[in-house]
Design a protein around this ligand. Structure first.
Ligand code: ZN
Length: 661
């Protein structure tokens, strides 16, 4: 098998389409210089990657490869059937990080891991520690749950990261052999199967982009087209669980296991772009539009069912039962990024921003050593702190935990943070688009050779002012676009000299023959605001959330001094901002137990704080609220949702019932 020998020149990043409305600027073209995202990258670099490697040594998932080499399998294997994939995801994170920082020590560790895995690959390219040996199930004997193709997908994505950052080495060769094996076994005339957990699809398309070899794209397309016809065997949750119920072209909305659905959709978007397959791209856009409109939490989180880790029905979005797996947040960012590139529509970058600030960064503890697997929007009882050396069950972990029995999320966070720069900016022939508001240096060359460079300075999301300084003399006029988040579109303004520009189609747009030193200022209305839900989201009807810029806020019991179940909030005035805090007027309801908690209006609920029953279960928006607690509202501080649970066990809610008048 021959492959293009050299790493592609130009951009470096996880998603590099050969066509589309916008091209991503690579990690070599965008440096995040400071601020919230830079801090996350630094934490990832200093702590998270080490932490994940340490844990995978400790629980033996890396050691599975040693056991394979030394003939100790299956006796000495640890972890679930997909444990290999987390080693590959760690290595993808390492690869991006080595590319970003040139960290020599990390490079040595990457090579050391490669040396332990490489000998495990079999002569025909097959590589998996869970199948195929004496005493193990045969290869591809459990496509529903075996995760072999899923593991290959993550190996290939790590291989792509390695190729694009360091060129073609033995790790890349290993990934190529695995991809060739997959094409050989599952290609035309081969096994007519698909993997129960999508992931091989976006991986093969990206490898095709990386190598220029169409057969990887062909194989991805084959997997996509095979799905939805009931090829996989029966499982408890039904074929919807792994999107084998409806062909990807025919589906109207994402359903079933959320991470599976999102990875599949990412792969479908990739294949549609490369094949210039309009109907497939339209199908993906249609499904995502309805999913975002009807099956997505305020945080951008997806997955309303713990059972099956799945999407619920339209508008079925219970705050307290939200699954909102961290990996689904990563998957939503993957899809949003791809659709942004394919269409240029700002709403997709809005979704990326929402999940990065409110799902991915929520998962990660401030110290980088613990994670949420699920991301509830309402914690009803104080969680239990997992001991530092304890492996937590995934969804049952009620606080951030250092590691999980199924630990897909930590390595997903790590690889996303290491490649965050890829989400910041895009370009087309006409100019550059700043898609995420991040302090950064951006430098690229347009198709005709016109150099473009800008330096972005801002304290966003704390503050809405953004200074953009041009750093290159242009050879001709080019267009600078700055994405304006949907919540800012009525007030955002761009100023250049005495001229002002208002947003249109989600962007502030300015065309100039820019010269180095030119300055542009953008102002976004970053202040705390009340956010209400479509009334069809009945689980939070009569409740309100608070957002500030792109950041969802929440109320914690440690700030209220009581269970958040007692809080109602007065929305007649705007939230208060003081001393860097957001405060809301809270009126507490009584919590004395009645003998029976239901009855006619005005008869239910006993006041505790006031000592007298003042039930006023009025019909309408706040019918669920029964007053009787504190009469006068008290100002209570909120915290960013991504910072909740950092001060010990607490109860928490994003959606707070609106107080009766
Ligand atoms: Zn996960």
């Amino acid at each position: 098998m021959t492959h293009i020998a050299d790493a592609p020149t130009g951009s470096v990043g996880p998603v590099l389409p050969t066509r589309g409305v916008l091209m991503p600027l690579g990690l070599d073209e965008v440096q995040i210089t400071r601020g919230y995202w830079a801090d996350l990258q630094e934490l990832n670099s200093a702590v998270v990657i080490d932490h994940a490697e340490h844990w995978m040594e400790r629980v033996g998932w890396i050691g599975n490869f040693d056991a394979a080499r030394e003939g100790r399998l299956p006796a000495d294997r640890t972890g679930r059937e997909f444990a290999d994939s987390d080693v590959y995801k760690l290595m993808e994170a390492m690869a991006w990080e080595i590319g970003r920082t040139g960290d020599v020590r990390l490079e040595e560790r990457f090579q050391a891991l490669t040396a332990r895995i490489l000998p495990v690959q079999e002569a025909d390219g097959y590589l998996n520690t869970h199948f195929g040996r004496a005493g193990q199930a045969p290869r591809y004997s459990d496509l529903e749950n075996g995760h072999e193709l899923y593991c290959f997908g993550h190996l290939i994505q790590a291989g792509v990261a390695r190729w694009r950052t360091r060129g073609r080495d033995e790790f890349v060769e290993m990934a190529l052999r695995a991809a060739d094996h997959v094409c050989e076994v599952f290609g035309p005339g081969g096994l007519d199967g698909i993997g129960g957990h999508p992931e091989i699809e976006p991986a093969l398309v990206e490898l095709s982009r990386c190598t220029g070899e169409g057969r990887y794209l062909d194989q991805a397309m084959l997997f996509l087209e095979r799905r939805g016809h009931g090829r996989l065997g029966e499982v408890w949750f039904g074929p919807e669980y792994f999107q084998d119920d409806i062909p990807v072209r025919d589906a109207e909305v994402l359903r079933g296991h959320a991470v599976r659905a999102l990875y599949l959709t990412a792969g479908a978007a990739d294949a549609a772009v490369e094949r210039e397959d309009g109907p497939l791209l339209e199908a993906v856009q249609r499904q995502m539009a309805r999913t975002v409109a009807r099956r997505t939490y305020l945080t951008g989180g997806m997955g309303a069912h713990h059972e099956g880790e799945a999407f619920g029905d339209d508008f079925e979005l219970p705050a307290d039962r939200a699954y909102s797996e961290t990996c689904a947040g990563v998957g939503a960012a993957m899809v949003g990024h791809r659709l942004l590139l394919a269409t240029g529509e700002a709403e997709h970058a809005d979704l990326v921003e929402r999940v990065l600030y409110n799902v991915v960064s929520t998962s990660l503890a401030e110290d980088g050593k613990a994670f949420f697997y699920t991301n509830t929007l309402h914690q009803r009882s104080p969680g239990r702190q997992t001991a530092g050396d304890e492996v937590a069950p995934r969804a049952a972990a009620s606080m951030r935990a250092p590691w999980f029995a199924v630990s897909c999320c930590p390595t997903n966070v790590a690889r996303t943070l290491a490649s965050l720069g890829a989400y910041v900016a895009t370009k087309d022939d006409g100019g550059v688009q700043l898609q995420q508001i991040v302090p950064a240096q951006v430098r690229t060359t347009l198709a005709d050779g016109c150099p473009v460079g800008v330096e972005v300075s801002t304290d966003y999301p704390h503050d809405g002012r953004i200074q953009i300084r041009v750093t290159e003399d242009a050879t001709r006029p080019w267009t600078l676009k700055v994405r304006v988040p949907a919540w800012a579109r009525n007030e955002a303004v761009l100023r250049v000299g005495a001229e002002t520009v208002m947003p249109a189609d989600g962007y502030l747009t300015l065309t100039r023959a820019f010269a180095a030193g030119d300055e542009v200022q953008v102002d976004l209305p970053v202040r705390a605001r009340w956010t209400f839900a479509d009334p069809r989201v009945d689980a939070v009807r009569g409740q309100v959330a608070i957002e500030r810029g792109p950041v969802v806020m929440c109320l914690e019991s440690v700030d209220l001094g009581a269970d958040v179940a007692t809080a109602t909030v007065d929305v007649t005035a705007a939230p208060v901002e003081a001393d860097g805090q957001v405060l809301v007027p809270v009126r507490r309801i009584g919590m004395a137990d009645p003998t029976w908690p239901y009855g006619a209006a005005g008869t239910v609920g006993a006041g505790q704080a006031s000592g007298a029953a003042q039930g006023s279960a009025v019909a309408g928006a706040s019918a669920a609220v029964v007053t009787g607690g504190s009469a006068e509202p008290e100002l209570v501080p909120l915290v960013p949702y991504h910072s909740w649970g950092e001060r010990g066990p607490s109860t928490m809610r994003v959606w707070i019932p609106v107080a009766d008048d």
